[in-house]
Design a protein around this ligand. Structure first.
Ligand code: COS
Length: 386
């Protein structure tokens, strides 16, 4: 699946213009209000951003992974809250249905996901199951033609906006094999939301707990219709998500580098531009080289992702997606840190924006699998090979 080159170039140019003309000027508003303005969300729907990764037959734009990464790179160049509005529809919220859902489930949900009418959110993490996702405790007991769900999901991105969750719960015994993925409409009786999480950064993104108390979900809402396959669905979704986050990280690195170069050209000390000092140039050079390495990794891995059969898992590609996630999210942390350093005292002041990106990118090393989980996946795969 991919969009033809001409249409894709047009889309990319439109996204670039949208970021430059609409999103960057609204960054301060998002930071102040902790909210993405409704008119911007409407524009995003009109542009088709909610359906970037959904095939055309289900109402989306149908980008390949390589194309999606290019769009994610652009979106990284503004406040991450903007992408977050539709990020779960493009990635972790919808992909389980697309990869493993029945044809009926795809037809029922994906067109509304693609249009932005239905916000999807991904509910895996729990108070006692973060990195150890297979230890999740949310129970799903079969009762007639419904499952009854009880449990708590934590740090759920877009939960306050969601019309439905892709939610992992335990239908069987211990471990990964006992987990199923459900499509859970958010308006079912027994679902309530916790208080909005107060976060270090990424103002304008919405996360909170999702509490399930005797929620009756039709058995027909198990993704793919077969219980016990939910953990693998979640892992496949995360492989893909990790690559998207890697591309996003490169985008933020590009923005911070642009801000840093602009400041180094303008700011004068000791009678000259600070960018003419080699010690400042060294910081810019390190950031540029690391960004280039990260982006090359993303492009290579995305090509490999597109080359494998759709919806199937390939341990080599999963391992490389973890390499990209680990390298790019750590890389953008270093780039943001240098960005603050190049700005000197101004880098600590909110008005100069690098301070904001410095806080915002900290999350990238945590969600969709911490750096340590990526190391574990890479190391295990290397040890598994003959
Ligand atoms: N694609 C498809 N299947 C996969 C897979 C992948 N990428 N990774 C694992 N699986 C399968 C395994 O093959 C195994 O199947 P079998 O039982 O048939 O052999 C099953 O899933 C269990 O896998 P594994 O034994 O590797 O599970 P572990 O509990 O050891 O944990 C990690 C695996 C740590 C990698 C997993 O729990 C993980 O990714 N944790 C981080 C979770 C995360 O990213 N959370 C973020 C929340 S969303 S923002």
């Amino acid at each position: 699946m991919s969009l033809d080159t001409e249409s894709f170039e047009l889309l990319l140019a439109t996204v670039q213009r949208f970021i430059h003309e609409r999103l960057v000027p609204a960054e301060n508003t998002v930071e102040e209000l902790d909210e993405v303005p409704a008119d911007i969300v409407e524009d995003m729907k009109e542009m088709g951003l909610f359906g970037l990764s959904i095939p055309e037959e289900y109402g989306g734009i149908g980008l390949s992974m390589s194309q999606e990464c290019q769009v994610a790179f652009e979106l990284g160049q503004t406040a991450l809250a903007f992408r977050s509005v539709f990020g779960t529809n493009v990635g972790i919220g919808s992909q389980g249905i697309l990869m493993d859902g029945t044809e009926e489930q795809k037809r029922e949900f994906l067109p509304r996901v693609a249009s932005g009418e239905l916000i999807m959110s991904f509910a895996l993490t729990e108070p006692d199951a973060g990195s150890d996702a297979a230890a999740l405790k949310t129970r799903a007991e079969l009762d007639g033609d419904c499952y009854v769900l009880n449990g708590v999901k934590r740090f759920i991105t877009n939960a306050p906006r969601a019309g439905a969750f892709t939610l992992m719960a335990r239908t069987g015994g211990e471990g990964a094999g006992g987990i199923s993925s459900f499509i859970v409409p958010s308006n079912l009786p027994g679902i309530s939301l916790g208080k909005p999480d107060k976060k270090m950064g990424q103002r304008g993104t919405k996360t909170c707990d999702v509490i399930l108390e005797n929620v009756r979900v039709p058995a027909a809402n198990i993704i793919g219709g077969v219980p016990g396959k939910g953990f693998k669905t979640a892992m496949k979704v995360l492989d893909r998500g990790r690559l998207h986050v890697s591309a996003l990280s490169c985008g933020v690195a590009q923005r911070v580098l642009n801000e840093s170069v602009a400041y180094a050209r303008e700011r004068k000390q000791f009678g000259q531009r600070i960018g003419d000092f080699q010690l400042v140039q060294a910081m810019l050079a390190d950031s540029q080289a690391e960004l280039y390495a990260g982006w090359s990794m993303v492009q290579d891995c995305a090509r490999r992702y597109d080359a494998k059969p759709a919806g199937k898992s390939d341990p080599d590609v999963s391992m490389r997606a973890s390499c990209a996630k680990m390298f790019c999210t750590e890389m953008v942390g270093r780039v943001a840190d240098r960005g603050v350093q190049v700005h000197g005292g101004a880098g600590y002041i909110n008005e100069y924006k690098v301070e904001r990106f410095y806080r915002d990118v900290r999350l990238l090393r945590l969600y969709e699998g911490t750096t340590q989980i990526q190391q574990l996946i890479i190391g295990r795969e290397l040890m598994r090979r003959d």
